[in-house]
Design a protein around this ligand. Structure first.
Ligand SMILES: [Fe+2]
Length: 375
C-alpha cells in the first residue's frame, strides 16, 4: 500500500448551531483584529456574529461570482490595510477560497500570481476560519483555492497545506435557505469530488472510505433536499457528504471531470457545479473500462445492479434536480468544442489523476457527445 499524509483542520465542528461556538473560540484564540468576508445573503448572520466578537472587526461583503485574480487583488488591498490576525469566510466555495487566500497573503511578500500550482505558498501567519453555507466545494477542509485568471481564461488553483483552515464550522442550519438550483449544482460538485477521488489513479484506501461515504450520503439525500430545503436531516447529510468530498481533495484530488469543466467556467462563465454535473456521467462512461470494480461499488450506492446502470442513475438524479443534461442546453455549441478541449488539456495537474489517459481527441469526443442531440 502506498503511504499517505493527511492534513486537516485542527478543529472541525459539525452539526446544527455549531457556528454559535465561533465568538468563544475567537476569544480563546486571542484574535484582536478579525476580517470577516461574507456572502451577501449571509450579511445578517455575519453582523450578528461580529457583534459578539471581543475584537475589532471589519466585514467585507462578497459581491461576486467565482473570484477572479483582479477581484481578489482588490480585496487583498483592503485586507492589507486592515492587517487582520484572523480571516473568517462565511459563504459558498468562492467566498471560502477567497478568504483562504486573503489569510495567506494579507501580510505576505508573495503575490497570488506566484503561488499558482502546488506548494509555492511559503506560509501563513494569520488565523483562518471557514464557515460553509453551501454543500459543494468542501473548501472548508481542503488545501485548495481556485481563481479565474481572466487574461488567459484559465481557472488556476493554489494548493498548499497552509490553505487548510485552522477551524471550520459546518452548520446545516446555515444551509436551509439555499435555493434548490444551487443545492443541486453544489451537491453534484461534491459528488464529483468523491467519485473522482474514489476512481482516481492515485486513490488510497483511507480516502476511499471518505469518498464512498460521501457518495452514499449524496445519493440518498440530494433529491430530498432539492425538493424540501427545510429538511434539516437531508441538509446535514449533504453537508457531511460535501465535507467528505473536501477531505478527498488534498491527498488524492479530482481528475478529468474537473479538468474538462475548467474551460466551461473560465471562458463561458458556467458555474462550477453545473459544469461538473453535466460532464460527470459522460466522463464516467469514458473511465469505466479503467476501473470497473470501483464503478460497480458506486453503482451499488445508487441502488443499481451494474456499473453502466449506476451512471444512468446519476444522470437521472441530476435530471430530477433540474440540471440540464447537455451543454447545448446552456448555450455551448460544436464550434466551442475545440477551444474547450484545448483549455482542458492545459489542466495537466488533474488529468494525470484520471484512471484512463485523456487525449485531446478523447476530450473532443466527450464534449461532442454533450453538444449533439443523439443520446
Ligand atoms: Fe469541484
Amino acid at each position: 500500500m502506498n503511504g499517505i499524509i493527511l492534513y486537516q483542520p485542527q478543529k472541525i465542528a459539525f452539526g446544527t448551531q455549531v457556528v454559535l461556538q465561533l465568538p468563544d473560540d475567537c476569544r480563546q484564540a486571542g484574535y484582536r483584529r478579525i476580517l470577516l468576508l461574507a456572502a451577501l445573503p449571509l450579511l445578517d448572520t455575519a453582523n450578528r456574529l461580529a457583534a459578539s466578537f471581543d475584537a475589532e472587526t471589519q466585514i467585507i461583503e462578497y459581491r461576486f461570482g467565482e473570484p477572479t485574480v483582479d477581484y481578489f487583488d482588490g480585496l487583498l488591498n483592503i485586507a492589507g490595510e486592515f492587517q487582520p490576525d484572523c480571516v473568517i469566510g462565511i459563504g459558498g466555495g468562492s467566498v471560502l477560497d477567497t478568504a483562504k487566500l486573503l489569510a495567506a497573503l494579507c501580510d505576505s511578500r508573495q503575490n497570488v500570481r506566484e503561488i499558482f500550482g502546488k506548494n509555492f505558498l511559503k506560509g501563513r501567519n494569520c488565523g483562518l476560519i471557514c464557515i460553509p453555507t453551501t454543500s459543494g466545494t468542501g473548501s472548508e477542509v481542503s488545501p485548495n483555492a481556485i481563481l479565474l485568471d481572466e487574461s488567459s481564461m484559465e481557472k488556476k488553483g493554489v494548493i498548499s497545506p497552509y490553505l487548510i483552515p485552522d477551524v471550520c464550522y459546518i452548520d446545516p442550519d446555515l444551509m436551509v435557505g439555499l435555493p434548490a438550483r444551487i443545492t443541486a449544482e453544489t451537491a453534484m460538485d461534491a459528488l464529483s469530488h468523491c467519485i473522482e477521488a474514489y476512481t482516481n489513479k492515485y486513490s488510497h484506501p483511507v480516502i476511499d472510505n471518505y469518498a464512498l461515504a460521501g457518495i452514499r450520503l449524496i445519493a440518498d439525500n440530494l433529491e430530498i433536499a432539492y425538493h424540501d430545503g427545510q429538511n434539516i436531516d437531508a441538509r446535514a447529510a449533504l453537508a457531511l457528504g460535501s465535507m467528505y468530498g473536501g477531505l478527498c481533495l488534498g491527498p488524492v484530488n479530482t481528475a478529468a471531470v474537473h479538468a474538462l469543466s475548467y474551460g466551461l467556467g473560465g471562458k463561458y462563465h458556467i458555474s462550477h457545479g453545473l459544469a461538473n454535473a453535466i460532464l460527470l456521467p459522460e466522463v464516467m462512461k469514458f473511465n469505466l473500462p479503467a476501473s470497473p470494480d470501483k464503478y460497480r461499488e458506486i453503482a451499488l450506492a445508487f441502488g443499481a445492479a451494474s456499473a453502466g446502470e449506476g451512471i444512468e442513475k446519476i444522470k437521472a438524479l441530476s435530471a430530477a434536480c433540474g440540471i440540464p443534461q447537455k451543454l447545448s442546453e446552456i448555450g455551448i455549441s460544436r464550434s466551442d468544442v475545440e477551444t474547450l478541449a484545448d483549455l482542458a488539456m492545459k489542466v495537466t495537474r488533474l488529468l494525470v489523476n484520471n484512471p484512463r489517459e485523456v487525449t485531446k481527441e478523447d476530450a473532443i469526443d466527450i464534449f461532442m457527445k454533450l453538444v449533439v442531440n443523439n443520446s
